[in-house]
Design a protein around this ligand. Sequence first.
Ligand SMILES: C[S@@+](CC[C@H](N)C(=O)[O-])C[C@H]1O[C@@H](n2cnc3c(N)ncnc32)[C@H](O)[C@@H]1O
Length: 260
Amino acid sequence: MAEASPRKLEALELFAPLPRHYDRVAALLSFGQDPRWRRTMVGAVRAQPGERVLDVATGTGLVARELVRRYGCQVVGLDQSYEMLASARTRLQHDDELAAHITLIEGEAERLPFADETFDHLTFTYLLRYVDDPAATMNELARVVKRGGRIASLEFAVPPNPLWNGLWRLYTRVGLPSLGRLFSREWAQTGRFLAHSIPSFYERYPVERVVELWEQAEIGDVHVRRMSLGGGLVMWGRRTADKDGGERRRPSADGGAQDT
Ligand SMILES: C[S@@+](CC[C@H](N)C(=O)[O-])C[C@H]1O[C@@H](n2cnc3c(N)ncnc32)[C@H](O)[C@@H]1O
């Protein structure tokens, strides 16, 4: 790994103690919504059995598992956290079907250890807030996807409606750290971290700017779906067929407005 920036060190430290209860706590803290967001994102990939999908920031492997169950595709799950990957490995040890379809790799989204156009499709989850240069990382993610392949992501978001926005801020500032404390000191710290990290990312990169980053990375036909009153944001698009972005256009009817 190249010398780690403060942002990267923070991400590495944040996730190191979380894998043990990650799946259950993450679902609970999002009121059961984040499995639903993950399913929507995976649904946008529309992979064929046998195709190769790269799942970046795979963590404990929840997206990788969903991809295999839904499509019977081959998945490479990549993450920079040794500890999160160790938990994903344990999952594979208990499930031969998953083990036959998923390969796990320790690596960084900013420097993917793959040749251009290696994968049919790519997914990434809760990633861009943790990287120093989201534009460069988007380019790097797109680089390893075949032309025409699908790229889909999931991220937390700040609800745009003023009422929900106010409640969301209250929940993330007070509710998340307090609920987190019920599990461990580290989850309380994660709650405090998210209350700051999510709005601060969107102050620097409003959703329209994130769409631009995708388009600059030669990803076209970009869709944006806000879910759960805007607390979750699922995006998907296709790597453009040519360098001029033949398939590019502004976000479609899903764009921004849809809330499910
Ligand atoms: C909130 S977890 C998401 C895990 C999983 N994909 C899910 O759906 O729950 C975010 C993951 O991103 C990983 N991560 C953060 N920055 C990364 C980077 N630059 N390269 C690779 N992984 C990264 C973290 O280690 C962590 O496992």
